[in-house]
Design a protein around this ligand. Structure first.
Ligand code: GLA
Length: 385
């Protein structure tokens, strides 16, 4: 298949019989560690994938927007009335309309535009295809309109589109990764202050690779389960008298747990508090140049998601266990859970063997054949030349 930017451009020319004014790209992401910590005001450590969504776009003189999507071959139109309030535009185009809505709501004079979208980020794999779309559209509109909206403020706006227009109660991680990541680095993000630190993550230099395995497990009830985890965390913070679980230090965990009323709330809390600590420990190791030593933290994160946060499924547990048995230095599910992808830190020359072992374990259990790729940290949203 041709390059994604060429496909977006060709789609634009075909849909509108004119060339675009430019092309803007934003990546999918994997989260190295720090799961379900973002909406608890905690810490995350994602990095951007080389897989990107590209928007080819051109301004138009009226407040109308038309979007063509390679995926559906469909063109969707909406005008200022339809983005005056959430809910009017639905399906995939809601991510685009949501960005226009959020920009207008924040007082920005959004230019009308024609857009064409193509993407290499797989949908429904937990690699943040939705944030990549929001970020690519946002970057395009900010650029086309010359809007005064620095990159540091863009993730919050894209998150508003997702939370309020699309209606998914996600945290700030995915949009931050899509917009703020840097090539060769993982993004250490404090989700309360939105301060970032670009932590060098030079896998190549150390002869290492991150193997990403798509479990292809169907997302079972993922939306409802995500919302219920979030609600339990908020309840726990309320019971503990803190603004968010971020405010429970790891060394005060036992005291905090003793004050919570039931086993489920205690387990959810323990995951978030220990996960925040694992993120900080991982950052310290990366800064010290000790990439291999984050392996056990990744694996501990998975155990915590499986046993305490209860968001893994048999397919992802199988991928993690098999990767570890085949020599991975650490492995964990990445993303919101209930399916999606597993990442494994491996010696680069073992990546294939680990992938083959997971595929064999899936075949033996009758699971769908997993797909896999290795990924180096790529850049966040940008205008293409
Ligand atoms: C999804 C959400 C993120 C984050 C992760 C879990 O990807 O979009 O905000 O909560 O799940 O870490």
């Amino acid at each position: 298949m041709t390059d994604v930017a060429a496909r977006a451009e060709a789609g634009f020319r075909q849909a509108y019989a004119a060339p675009p004014a430019g092309r803007w790209a934003a990546p999918g992401r994997v989260n190295l560690i720090g799961e379900h910590t973002d909406y608890n005001d905690g810490f995350v450590l994602p990095f951007a994938l080389p897989l990107r969504t590209v928007v080819a776009a051109a301004p138009r003189p009226t407040e109308d927007w038309t979007v063509w999507s390679e995926l559906t071959g469909e063109t969707v139109d909406f005008d200022a009335d339809e983005v005056a309030a959430p809910g009017r535009v639905t399906g995939w185009a809601a991510y685009v309309a949501g960005v226009v809505w959020a920009l207008r709501e924040a007082g920005h004079p959004v230019p009308g535009a024609r857009l064409a979208v193509a993407s290499d980020v797989p949908l429904g794999a937990g690699l943040s295809s939705s944030a990549a779309l929001e970020a690519a559209v946002l970057t395009a509109l900010v650029d086309l309109g010359g809007l005064d909206l620095p990159a540091t403020l863009q993730p919050r706006l894209a998150q508003r589109a997702e939370n309020h227009y699309v209606g998914a109660p996600t945290g700030i991680m995915d949009q931050s990764a899509a917009i703020r990541c840097r090539a060769g680095h993982a993004l250490f993000l404090d989700c309360r202050t939105e301060q970032v630190d670009h932590v060098p993550f030079d896998l190549d230099h150390d002869g290492l690779a991150i193997l990403v395995i798509d479990s292809r497990a169907p997302h079972r009830h993922a939306d409802g389960e995500y919302a219920s985890r979030r609600a339990t965390c908020e309840k726990a913070a309320h019971l503990l008298g803190v603004p968010a679980l971020r405010d429970v230090p790891a060394d005060a965990l036992d005291d905090a747990l003793a004050r919570l009323p039931d086993d489920e709330t205690r387990r959810r809390t323990r995951h978030v508090v220990t996960e925040n600590q694992r993120v900080r420990d991982s950052v310290a190791l990366l800064r010290a140049g000790e990439i291999r030593r984050i392996g056990p933290l990744l694996t501990a994160s998975h155990a915590s998601m499986r046993d305490d946060f209860a968001i893994t499924v048999a397919e992802v547990d199988t991928a993690v266990d098999t990767a570890l048995a085949a020599g991975a230095l650490g492995a964990r599910m990445t993303g919101g859970g209930f399916g999606g992808c597993v990442l494994a830190l491996v010696e680069a020359d073992r990546a294939d063997a680990v992938g083959v072992a997971v595929a064999a374990a899936y075949a033996a259990r009758g699971y769908a054949t997993p797909t896999r790729f290795t990924a180096l940290p790529a850049a966040g949203a940008t205008r293409l030349a």
